[in-house]
Write a protein that binds this ligand. Structure first.
Ligand code: SDX
Length: 394
């Protein structure tokens, strides 16, 4: 039986009562991890421009930078890479648990559950111990890709394949996912995608991670809560929906009418708009060029023409409101060309963003106070309980 909510709440003007819906423009923490200039379309990680990192760095080097604040020396990077490599395997218990998940379940739900399950194996909450923090970082960076790839094979009725020690981080993930060793260009482009998605200040999932971290719970719960938050279509889930939308549009000629119809029905164009950027997201431009690199080597994708037509049509309609492509608009086209299934686009985002979540976890612990905002109560005044037979039905 469905019980409808009684509509007795007053609706107050949010501004008049000092509310900022969605916390727009409300600073809730200090951070030195990343900086966004949404007017100029600039993004830096620890002061380094994103384009430079995406061109020159590796995902694990960028991870080291974001989490510990400085680029590693050659030896520090070598040690970090080796330790991540050593922790890539997941327990057979985790794999067996994943075999009990419904094959039709969404991979983000599988990832959220498996990430949370790591807390059962490493539950010591010694979060004031630097070694515990280091080990948790290494384990999560190492195991999340293995779990994403494992679920992909398990849901197809196959056994997950073990990581290969001779393959670097990104090449190994593509190998575990597709059972084929990727060519160097594909592996490098995937690694660059991971760099681009690694961190983005206080987005919804990172805020979620910091709120969870502020209770001093374990890092696996922090990451699981962030994965759940990333999954939504207004956030990381948009990359999957963008490809569905482009497929629905079908041809470049249909882009303009699709856009007009969506706007007049107040439907959002997936992969467009951003709370921080009022220009095209710098990551979207880089992802677009990565897609073009792949198309030049492996052949075009018809959906790219549709995406270009949609971006062009949107410019005149949405551009004046500061609504442009965001990170999720072109990433799916890259992943598609790499042979990654649509419903793994958001888990792939999570593989990368675990870096940002962990950097914020550390930062939160460094100056912690539990998050506990207030509310403006708009419900009933105090009233008296009545026995059921004396209640009027609503
Ligand atoms: C990510 O925050 C981050 O940093 C996130 C992220 C990261 O790296 O972590 O960058 C990753 O989550 C990217 C965003 C992915 N989501 C989508 O692509 C879904 C589509 N976009 C949106 O729904 C929206 O733009 C958001 C969620 C991204 C931002 O939401 P806001 O800031 O709350 O803006 P809003 O929904 O209040 O919109 C403001 C106005 C509205 O018009 P008006 O009522 O003022 O006339 O802009 C319009 C909206 O209707 N608008 C859009 C639109 N996005 C905003 N209109 C059409 N299509 C859109 N996509």
């Amino acid at each position: 039986m469905v019980v409808e909510q009684q509509k007795t709440e007053k609706t107050l003007n949010p501004t008049a009562i000092g509310l900022r819906p969605g916390l727009e423009g409300v600073p809730v923490s200090q951070s030195s991890i990343c900086d966004i200039d949404g007017i100029k379309g600039e993004l830096t990680y620890r002061g380094y421009p994103i384009a430079e990192l995406a061109a020159q760095s590796s995902f694990l080097e960028t991870t080291y930078l974001l989490i510990w604040g400085e680029l590693p020396s050659t030896q520090q990077l070598r040690d970090f890479e080796r330790e991540v490599q050593m922790h890539r395997r997941v327990s057979f218990r985790v794999r067996d648990m994943m075999k009990c998940f419904p094959a039709t379940g969404h991979p983000m739900d599988a990832l959220q559950s498996s990430a949370a399950s790591l807390g059962l194996f490493y539950s010591r909450r010694a979060i004031d111990d630097p070694q515990y923090i280091y080990d948790a970082v290494v384990r999560l960076i190492a195991k999340i890709p293995t779990m994403v790839a494992a679920f992909q094979l398990i849901r197809k009725g196959q056994d997950p394949i073990q990581p290969r020690d001779d393959l670097a981080y990104s090449a190994n993930f593509l190998y575990m996912l597709t059972e084929r060793e990727p060519d160097p260009l594909s592996a490098r482009i995937f690694d660059r995608c991971l760099i681009l998605h690694a961190e983005h200040s206080l987005n919804a999932s990172t805020f979620s991670a910091r709120v969870t971290a502020s209770t001093l719970t374990d890092p696996y719960a922090v990451i699981a809560s962030a994965v759940g938050t990333l999954a939504g279509p207004l956030h990381g889930g948009a990359n999957e929906d963008v490809i569905k939308m482009l497929e629905e549009i079908g041809t470049p000629e249909n882009a303009s009418s699709y856009l007009n119809e969506a706007i007049s029905n107040k439907r959002k164009i997936m992969g467009f708009g951003h709370r921080e950027y009022k220009v095209k997201d710098p990551r979207a431009s880089i992802l677009q060029s990565l897609a073009e690199e792949l198309f030049a080597r492996f052949g075009k994708d018809n959906m790219y023409e549709v995406a270009l037509a949609l971006e062009e049509a949107a410019e005149s309609h949405l551009g004046k409101k500061g609504i442009f492509p965001n990170v999720d608009f072109y990433s799916g086209l890259v992943y598609r060309k790499l042979g990654i299934p649509k419903d793994l686009f958001t888990p792939v985002f999570a593989i990368s963003r675990v870096t940002g979540w962990l950097a914020h976890w550390r930062e939160q612990l460094g100056a912690n106070r539990i998050f506990r905002p207030s509310q403006v109560y708009t419900g009933e005044k105090p009233r008296q309980w009545k026995p059921a037979e004396e209640r009027s039905s609503t």
